[in-house]
Design a protein around this ligand. Structure first.
Ligand code: ATP
Ligand code: MG
Length: 303
């Protein structure tokens, strides 16, 4: 489709919104961050000189080809991984270990299978010293917010993928973190559930005081959700560009074909696709041993 729109062009309303965001306090600041993994085979520079700030109640997405250090970055910010240089500050305090100020939601389902939905969400609160009664009240509130009030007594295996991620979001939010760190949280969901979860997350974000850093592979998802998109490149993971998304808020799925949306997507494609061609250069080629091919043939040949 022809689209002459410049992805940098912002309407007055969008511009005013960004001006307002920039006046808000900085919640997260990353300065000259480096991460080098030392392995038996040598060194891998996963992140090199990463710099960015996230303001209060901002929604920032991080996008980039596989292996560009997205998970390393978010794990460092969660305090689950050390860093090799630079600084990572939450509310001006260096991040040096996990704490309740930073809530985390991963791609894989990380609920305790032996606990009910309610107990799963309650777990973190009780660990932080809340009484059973206090914790129960809080938990019920958050489960209602994520639309799971009818499933409080269910076990994780009784839930769909989308519902499990709703529990994971409630579990992260119940501690009232300053920032929610999400690493491809909808990556394992089917397209329809994923779209529903995106709108649901936007609705939650609009209604509570939370700042979100969200990692994704999906360009549409990043544009639909984010105020700004941090585009990383691989080998080593460096910031290519930080894009202010010019699509107005509140967002809705009809905007996927709007000129602003398409212009932003074209820019992301131009930034990401050249890098993707080289992304798997150190990965082994798939090689199917001939023995296995014969084995498959034998299995298929049932007559
Ligand atoms: N624990 C580790 N030890 C050694 N190297 C690692 C480790 N974790 C990640 N790496 C390397 O660091 C680089 C960045 O990995 P990371 O998992 O952060 O990328 P990613 O952008 O999240 O990738 P994906 O999109 O596939 O999830 C890769 O080259 C990876 O091989
Ligand atoms: Mg990852």
């Amino acid at each position: 489709m022809e689209n002459d729109m410049d992805y940098l062009k912002q309407s007055d309303a969008v511009k005013a919104r960004f001006d307002k965001i920039k006046q808000r306090e900085v919640i997260l600041e990353v300065k000259g961050l480096d991460k080098v993994y030392k392995t038996a085979k040598g060194h891998t520079t996963a992140l090199k000189n990463i710099n960015f700030k996230v303001h209060r109640r901002e929604f920032v997405c991080v996008i980039g080809p596989s292996g560009c250090g997205k998970s390393s970055l978010i794990r460092i910010l969660a305090g689950l991984e050390s860093y090799s240089g630079g600084e990572a500050l939450l509310d001006n305090e260096p991040i040096d270990g996990p704490c309740r100020q930073r809530g985390m939601v991963f791609q894989g389902y990380t609920l305790f299978p032996w606990l009910t939905v309610r107990k799963n969400v309650m777990f973190g609160l009780e660990m932080n010293g809340a009484t059973n009664e206090e914790a129960g009240r809080e938990v019920d509130l958050w489960l209602e917010l994520v639309g799971l009030e009818k499933f409080t007594q269910a076990y994780p295996h009784e839930l769909s993928g989308g519902m499990k991620q709703r529990v994971a979001i409630a579990r992260a939010l119940v501690n009232q973190p300053r920032i929610l760190l999400m690493d491809e949280p909808f990556g394992a969901l089917d397209a329809q559930t994923r779209a529903k979860m995106q709108s649901h997350l936007l609705e939650i974000w609009r209604n509570i005081d939370i700042t979100i850093l969200f990692i994704t592979h999906d360009l549409d998802e990043a544009i639909y959700l984010a105020d700004r998109i941090l585009v990383l490149k691989a080998h080593p993971g460096e910031v290519q560009e930080i894009i202010e998304v010019s699509v107005p808020r509140p967002r809705n799925p009809e905007q996927f074909n709007s000129p602003e949306f398409l212009a932003t997507k074209a820019r992301l494609e131009a930034l990401i696709h050249p890098a993707e061609k080289t992304e798997h250069k150190d990965e082994p080629d798939v090689h199917i041993p001939s023995r296995m091919i014969r084995f498959v043939n034998v299995e298929d040949n049932v007559e």
